[in-house]
Design a protein around this ligand. Structure first.
Ligand SMILES: Nc1ncnc2c1ncn2[C@@H]1O[C@H](COP(=O)(O)OP(=O)(O)OP(=O)(O)O)[C@@H](O)[C@H]1O
Length: 473
C-alpha cells in the first residue's frame, strides 16, 4: 500500500487541535503496517498509539531523528518569519530588537513578561530620533520594574530630552573629543529622576562615531576593508560628497577568513545609522544571498523575471517603476561570491544600474560604490567568462599578441568573430579593471583554535598538502 498525503502540509507536533492527525500521520509513515489494526494496536486514540511507538525500543535512532527533523522544518520557517520581523523592528527600535534577540536565543524566556508589557502597552522607552528628541515615559519604566536604563544612541548629535511629569531631574553629561578630527567621540548623559518618590537613573551613551562600535569584533585585516567602505560612506554623507571618488573595492581572502563577518559589520553600521535604504547586498546565487541576508543579482535587477529577459528596455513600465523605487536611494552595494559573477553578468549589471539610475556618463556602475567580495580560487562562473580572463578583443589587439608569431598561429585572426557576446564580455572585463582598491584577508578565522587543521586548509588552498597532512586526512 502506498500512502498519499494530500492537504495543505504536514501537521505540527504541538498543534493540540490536530494531535490525532499528526499521530496517525507519523504512524502511517514510519511504522511498518498492513492493516489499520497494526497501527492502532489496542490503544483507544492515535495519539496514545503514536506515543507508544515513539517510546518503543525498536524505533531506530535514524527514524527518531527524521521524525524530530520534521519539527525542525517548522521551527526553521517560524524562525525565518521571526527574523524578518526582528529586522523590521530593528530599524525602528534597537532596544526592542535586542530584547527579541535574547527572547529567541533563550528558550522559555519571554521579554514581554519580564517588562510586564502587553501588546497595547507603551514601551518603556520610545527613543524617537525625529527632531533630535528622545522621549520616554517614566511611568511605564517604573511599572516595568527597571531602575537603571542604559541606552546607546549614535544618530543624534544634539539631544533634547522631553519628559512628562518628572518631579525632579538632574542631568550630568560628559563629552570626549577626538582632538585629531575635532569631533565628539562619546557623550554620556546621566539623568537622575525622582518620579513619584521612585529614583530612576537613565544613562544615555551617545557614540557620535558608531564606526568604531561595529569594528570592535573584527581583526586588523578585516577592519581595513570595513573602514575603507564605511568611512567612505561617512564622508560621503558630509559636505565633501561631490569631490569623493567612487569606491570600487575588491575584498578577497580564502574561505573562513571572515569576509561574511565584515559584510555583516558593514550592514550593521548602515542599519544602525538608519541608512539601510542606501545599501544593497547581492550575490549571484540564492544560497549565497541567503547567507548574507541579501538578494540575488537576478532578482534585484529583474533579470529573467520578465518577458524582456535580462534586457531592461524590454521590461514593462510597471515593472520598471517597481525596480526604480527599489534602486532610487541605493548608493552602495556589496556583491558577494564574485568568483561566480562572469564578465557578461557584470556588464549586464552595469547596464541595468545606468538605466535604472538614468545615468548617461561614462562612470562604471552609475557611480554606485561597490565592495566585491570572494577570491577567484573558489567556484568559477557558469556559462560565462571569469573576470580575470583577458577578453578576446584585447588579446588580438595587444602588442604582445602582434609580436608573438606562435600566438598568431594559434589564434588565427579569422577566429576573432565579434558578436554581441564578445562585446559584452569586453565591457565586463574593462569594468572589472576599474577596480583600484583591494584588501586581502590572510588569517583563517574559522579554525583559529586548531593550528594543525588551519595548516591543512591553507596548504590545501594552495594545492600544497604534505604527506603527513594527507595521512591525517
Ligand atoms: N574577527 C573574528 N573574530 C572571531 N571569529 C571570527 C572573526 N572573523 C570571522 N570569524 C569566524 O570565522 C568563521 C568564518 O567566518 P566567515 O564565514 O565570515 O568567513 P568567510 O570568509 O565568509 O568564509 P566563506 O568564504 O567560506 O563563506 C565564522 O565562524 C566566524 O564567526
Amino acid at each position: 500500500m502506498i500512502v498519499l498525503l494530500c492537504g495543505k502540509g504536514l501537521f505540527k507536533k504541538n498543534d493540540t487541535e490536530n494531535a490525532e492527525c499528526y499521530s496517525l500521520f507519523i504512524l502511517m509513515l514510519f511504522k511498518p503496517w498492513e492493516t489499520i489494526q497494526d497501527l492502532l494496536e489496542n490503544y483507544d486514540s492515535w495519539a496514545k498509539a503514536c506515543q507508544a511507538f515513539l517510546d518503543s525500543s525498536y524505533l531506530s535512532p535514524r527514524l527518531k531523528s527524521i521524525i524530530y527533523n520534521i519539527k525542525l522544518l517548522y521551527k526553521c520557517s517560524e524562525e525565518t518569519a521571526l527574523d524578518r520581523e526582528l529586522r523590521k523592528n530593528a530599524l525602528k527600535d534597537p532596544i526592542l530588537a535586542k530584547a527579541h534577540r535574547i527572547d529567541r536565543s533563550d528558550p522559555g524566556y519571554n521579554t514581554y513578561n519580564e517588562l510586564d508589557l502587553s501588546d497595547n502597552d507603551e514601551l518603556p522607552i520610545n527613543n524617537t530620533l525625529s527632531n533630535n528628541i528622545l522621549e520616554f515615559n517614566p511611568e511605564a519604566i517604573i511599572r516595568s520594574g527597571l531602575k537603571t536604563i542604559k541606552m546607546v544612541d549614535s544618530a543624534m548629535s544634539n539631544t533634547n530630552f522631553a519628559n512628562n511629569n518628572l518631579e525632579s531631574e538632574t542631568i550630568h553629561s560628559s563629552n570626549a573629543y577626538d582632538s585629531a578630527n575635532n569631533t565628539p567621540m562619546n557623550t554620556n548623559i546621566n539623568l537622575q529622576h525622582n518620579y513619584k518618590n521612585t529614583p530612576l537613573n537613565i544613562t544615555v551613551t551617545k557614540n557620535t562615531n558608531p564606526l568604531e562600535q561595529f569594528a570592535s569584533g573584527l581583526n586588523e585585516e578585516q577592519k581595513k576593508a570595513y573602514f575603507l567602505f564605511c568611512e567612505h560612506r561617512q564622508k560621503n554623507n558630509q559636505i565633501t560628497k561631490n569631490s569623493l571618488l567612487q569606491l570600487l573595492l575588491y575584498f578577497t581572502g580564502a574561505g573562513g577568513t571572515g569576509k561574511s563577518r565584515v559584510i555583516q559589520a558593514i550592514c550593521s553600521y548602515f542599519e544602525y545609522t538608519l541608512q539601510s535604504d542606501k545599501l544593497i547586498v547581492l550575490a549571484p546565487t540564492g544560497i549565497a544571498a541567503v547567507n548574507i541576508c541579501g538578494n540575488t543579482i537576478h532578482s534585484a535587477c529583474g533579470f529573467g523575471f520578465n518577458e524582456g529577459g535580462n534586457n531592461y528596455s524590454n521590461f514593462s513600465n510597471e515593472y520598471k517603476c517597481q525596480l526604480q523605487e527599489c534602486w532610487s536611494k541605493i548608493e552602495y552595494a556589496i556583491l558577494d561570491e564574485l568568483s561566480i559573477v562572469g564578465q557578461n553578468l557584470l556588464a549586464q549589471f552595469h547596464t541595468f544600474i545606468k538605466k535604472i539610475k538614468f545615468n548617461n556618463d561614462s562612470t562604471p556602475f552609475a557611480r554606485i560604490n561597490i565592495l566585491f567580495a570572494r577570491d577567484f580560487i573558489q567556484s568559477p562562473p557558469v556559462l560565462d567568462k571569469a573576470l580575470y580572463t583577458p577578453d578576446k578583443i584585447t588579446c588580438f589587439t595587444s602588442a604582445e599578441y602582434s609580436s608573438s608569431k606562435s600566438k598568431k598561429r594559434k589564434y588565427n585572426i579569422n577566429l576573432l568573430l565579434i558578436n554581441s557576446r564578445t562585446v559584452t564580455n569586453t565591457t565586463g572585463r574593462s569594468l572589472w579593471l576599474n577596480v583600484k582598491h583591494a584588501v586581502q584577508l590572510n588569517i583563517l578565522m574559522r579554525q583559529i583554535d586548531n593550528p594543525f587543521y588551519t595548516n591543512i586548509l591553507e596548504n590545501m588552498y594552495h594545492s600544497n598538502l604534505t604527506e603527513t597532512q594527507i595521512a591525517a586526512l
